[in-house]
Ligand binder design. Structure first.
Ligand code: ARG
Length: 460
């Protein structure tokens, strides 16, 4: 005799190990709230359509509210024998209201139920994540506002390339996170589809009013195909893909935080509250937060491969494999949330060393392109000018000088076109102010970009 909710056709009880193996309760218990919300809507709809009597619906709803409280007060013991959160709630409901509770699962399968629960959960989490990412954008823009005119070396190949504004560099991250938010907003539309009514896969014989359930649960649309409704996990794959890109953005920023806080760079100091020491080396102050975020990027990318591999080649419709979708999803949600949160807090606790940044611009010929541009302004073609500026760099290197230290005679030996005004032309400040193209690092352009972003975010 089998006591399972699905045990009717079984004559032997489930093997103990299989019971443990099959259970997902340890993972899916976090869906309890979404599950109860979905069940209440289903019951209200069934009463409206006279599929069950109004009085029964009221009893079931009161029972479900009690179950919710009990779960919140840890008064319900979770056990592998009840498999998943859906069966635990149905079982607890039965204990609250008796046999009438058995009407809840009319016209419904765990297949459409779990699809609904995950969608309710992920809508909430996506909104929260968009809010957190926006909070981090505020931290980026606030820092850019505070250090608007600070000049630092811009890098390519991690070699000093051309001077840029530190604020411009920060605003590059603002743009990345803006696209991340847009991606989440876009995928929200596809999460926001109500699958209940698909039942096991084929729809049901009861006259369910799916539009009404959709309205009660504040979904934007009802799913159009019952087979797709129970087998679609595109929205999970999409969400984790977008989270992976956001984490990659955080990992790039982390790498920079780690480099910049090293004594080799010394561009920034991260406050003590966001760093840790070493158990053996007393002098150490390690950028653990940035390192951990960089490391945790790996688990989110792993989650993406996990869900993609899980779904690959699965025949329609529901397959038990899909129970495994929750671990990568929940881990992604948790990881992205905590990383965004901790970064937002850490950003208010970073000191900027503008002199170190500026001094770094003075070494390494960051104004060599400007020398070429100078020659172009005097009538030379750019390719020729590039060669002359290259010769100037070779000469300066040979003499142990920077371009600014070369005498006018040394310059003239390379090109008669060079006059004394070259010195002003290649000054670091000037190299910034002359970069007037829209989107470039010119002072006015960055000021406008920061102002626009502050406006978008409702900052001053
Ligand atoms: N725990 C299951 C899951 O997460 C619920 C759906 C089970 N459906 C089934 N036909 N066994 O996928």
């Amino acid at each position: 005799m089998n006591e399972k909710l699905w045990g009717g056709r079984f004559s032997q009880s489930t093997d103990d190990l299989v019971e443990k193996f099959n259970a997902s309760i340890d993972v899916d218990k976090r869906l309890y709230d979404s599950d109860i919300e979905g069940s209440i809507a289903h019951v209200k709809m069934m009463a409206k359509e006279s599929i069950i009597p109004e009085t029964d619906a009221r009893t079931i709803i009161e029972g479900l509210e009690k179950v919710r409280k009990k779960i919140e007060n840890n008064e319900i013991a979770f056990s592998a024998s009840l498999e998943d959160i859906h069966m635990h709630i149905e079982d607890a409901l039965g204990k609250e209201v008796g046999d009438v509770g058995k009407k809840l699962h009319t016209g419904r399968s765990r297949n459409d139920q779990v699809a609904l629960d995950v969608r309710i959960y992920l809508k909430k989490e996506t909104r929260l994540i968009i809010g957190l990412l926006t909070g981090f954008q505020k931290a980026l823009v606030t820092m850019a506002q505070k250090h608007l005119d600070v000049i630092m070396p811009g890098y390519t190949h991690l070699q000093r390339a051309q001077p840029v504004l530190f604020s411009h560099h920060l605003m590059a991250y603002y743009e990345m996170f803006k696209r991340d938010i847009q991606r989440f907003e876009d995928c929200f539309k596809r999460i926001d589809v109500m699958p209940l009514g698909a039942a096991a896969l084929a729809g049901t014989t009861y006259p369910l009013n799916r539009e009404f359930t959709k309205e009660l649960l504040c979904f934007s649309k009802v799913s159009d195909n019952s087979i797709d409704s129970v087998s679609d996990r595109d929205f999970v794959m999409e969400f984790i893909a977008h989270a992976s890109i956001a984490m990659i953005h955080f990992s790039r920023l982390s790498e920079e935080m780690i480099l910049w806080s090293s004594s080799e760079f010394s561009f920034i100091t991260i406050s003590d509250s966001f760093t840790t020491g070493s158990s053996i080396m007393p002098q150490k102050k390690n950028p653990d937060v940035a390192e951990l975020v960089r490391g945790k990027t790996g688990r989110v990318l792993g989650n993406l491969i996990n869900i993609l591999t899980l779904m690959k080649s699965l025949p329609l419709a529901y397959n038990k494999d899909m129970q495994e979708d929750k671990e990568p999803l929940f881990d992604t949600v948790d990881t992205l949330k905590i990383c965004t949160d901790v970064y937002t807090r850490m950003f208010g606790n970073i000191e900027i060393h503008k002199d170190r940044m500026f001094n770094a611009c003075k070494h390494g010929f960051l104004n060599a392109t400007d020398l070429a541009d100078y020659l172009v302004s005097k009538g030379m073609t750019f390719r020729q000018a590039h060669a002359v500026a290259g010769q100037a760099v070779a000469h300066a290197l040979d003499q142990g000088k920077e371009l600014d230290d070369m005498t006018i005679q040394e310059f003239k030996a390379l090109s008669e076109l060079i006059e004394k005004d070259v010195y002003e032309f290649i000054e670091i400040d000037k190299t910034i102010s002359r970069r007037i193209t829209y989107g470039g690092t010119g002072f006015d352009n960055v000021k406008q970009a920061v102002k626009k972003a502050a406006g978008e975010l409702g900052l001053q």
